[in-house]
Design a protein around this ligand. Structure first.
Ligand code: AMP
Ligand code: ZN
Length: 468
């Protein structure tokens, strides 16, 4: 399996640090509003990467943070006359709802920056101790960028070019030793949240948060660090400088970055009016459609969002769902008995689509080609199933389609909601059957309910049920 590594600017063979295990960190959103469809791209893309690694047999420890203290959150809280904590809590909840709608699995851990301040103070202290950071007179702690020899290795920038760019914007009264130095700890400002630290009351800089959360939940060295391409510089470059200077080992083996999502071929922006939240899109489309749309392109290609392209994604997805529904329907009327020789040959033919899917995903997660392989399978299904086929054959094709779609996070069937009323009716019917000594029917109803996830318990007070 090959992964394009931003660090080497090449596709590299994926070899995890520890056999069978993957430690992966994805920078999460700053929670001051509903997430927009641009934020949804890394969520969907890296969730799919995670699913595929799991499909390949890896045990994936997937960490994705919420940045819950930040200038934008504080500004929003001030506008609303509430606290930053309340704003963050509210939008983390809303973000989780959107993630669920897009079928993005919860991370193994979703750390919150505000819960990890001690670790940040420790790492900043370590950096000061080994000369990579210094406190300024006003209580700001800066990272001494020039001291880190590898600075610029991820963004492939030359430190002297950066210096030239920065010199023009150096502000007088700056307490930095050097224009390139960046903030690790900011002193408290009136009305802002703060924590006690050896450098006075204040709050952490954004970059140190991810270095610390990654270290705490995954260790000093990780396999994959990911996010949108705007994070390469300075966020990820600074994370490398902090983590490697503090821990003394390479931070992440592979760095993955998704390209941007544009709207009508323009950068998404509130002022242009082409800005959409996931919540807005959910009013018009099933969020599965948004997910399918995102995966129709390779993650490193810019992707354009438009009504036409969403309609195309919608009809493509419908084609897949219809094929799945036909199979589910045919299962009921198909023939009993073992697979025929002809069916075995057809299934061997269909296996090629799984191979194509895997080859696409093994090539730096080319979901665009993986989706094409699914469409080929759908076409095959549409031409090669009929009521004369055996149940085993129909089920095998269904399972194949379900597995491939499942890796992309596309669900073929919605879980049917079992209503309390329906349960009560079945229980009443079972009681009646028992009265008539029709125990076969009573047992059958118990099994039907169990299949729907409802367990019955006969007690002296009557029948009790619970969801299992
Ligand atoms: P932020 O909340 O701005 O830190 O963004 C959270 C994640 O969304 C980061 O990985 C960003 O790189 C990513 N992101 C933001 N805007 C876009 C966009 N238009 N297209 C793709 N990814 C984006
Ligand atoms: Zn980060």
């Amino acid at each position: 399996m090959k992964i394009y590594n931003t660090l080497s600017k090449q596709k590299e063979e994926f070899v995890p640090l520890e056999e069978g295990k993957v430690k992966m960190y994805v920078c999460g959103p700053t929670v001051y509003n509903y997430i927009h469809i641009g934020n949804a791209r890394p969520m969907i893309v890296f969730d799919t990467v995670r699913h595929y690694l799991e499909y390949k047999g890896y045990n994936v420890n997937f960490v994705s943070n919420f940045t819950d203290v930040d200038d934008k959150i504080i500004k929003k809280a001030m506008e609303e006359g509430t606290t930053a904590e309340e704003v963050a809590r509210r939008f983390i909840g809303e973000c989780k709802k959107d993630m669920e709608g897009m079928n993005v699995s919860p991370a193994t851990t979703h750390p919150l920056a505000t819960q990890e301040i001690d670790g940040m103070i420790d790492m900043i202290g370590k950096l000061i101790e080994n000369g990579y950071a210094y406190p300024a007179a006003d209580g700001t702690v800066y990272y001494r960028t020039r001291k880190f020899a590898g600075y610029g290795k991820l963004s492939h920038k030359n430190i002297d070019d950066l210096q030239a760019g920065h010199r023009d914007i150096k502000v007088t009264g700056d307490l930095k030793e050097d224009a390139l130095d960046f903030v690790l700890w900011k002193p408290k400002k009136e009305g802002e949240p703060y924590w006690e630290s050896p450098w006075g009351k204040g709050r952490p800089g954004w970059h140190i948060e991810c270095s610390v959360m990654s270290k705490k939940y995954l260790g000093d060295e990780i396999d994959i660090h990911a996010g949108g391409e705007d994070l390469i510089f300075p966020h990820h470059e600074n994370e490398i400088a902090q983590s490697e200077a503090a821990n003394g080992v390479p931070f992440s083996k592979y760095w993955m970055h998704n390209a941007f999502l544009n709207v009508d071929n323009k950068k998404m922006s509130k002022s242009v009016g082409n800005f959409f939240t996931v919540r807005e899109i959910s009013e018009k489309y099933d969020l599965q459609t948004l997910r399918f749309f995102m995966l129709s392109a390779h993650y490193r290609s810019p992707l354009n969002f438009s009504a036409d392209l969403m309609e195309a994604a919608k009809s493509g997805l419908e084609r897949i769902i219809t094929a799945a529904e036909n199979l589910a329907h045919l299962k009921k009327t198909a023939q009993e008995g073992g697979l025929t020789a002809a069916e075995q040959a057809l299934l061997a033919e269909a296996a090629v689509f799984t191979q194509k899917f895997e080859a696409a995903m093994d090539d730096d997660f080319n979901t665009a080609d993986a989706v094409s392989a699914i469409f080929e399978l759908v076409k095959f299904i549409n031409t090669n199933v009929s009521p004369e086929r055996t149940i085993g054959y129909v089920e095998a094709l269904y399972a194949q389609l379900k597995t491939l779609c499942g890796i992309l996070g596309i669900l073929l069937e919605q879980d049917e909601e079992v209503l309390d009323e329906e349960i009560e009716n079945l229980i009443a019917e079972r009681q009646a059957a028992r009265k008539e000594k029709n125990f076969a029917r009573a047992d059958e109803i118990r099994d039907i309910l169990l299949e729907k996830g409802i367990q019955l318990k006969d007690t002296r007070e009557g029948v009790q049920w619970k969801r299992v």
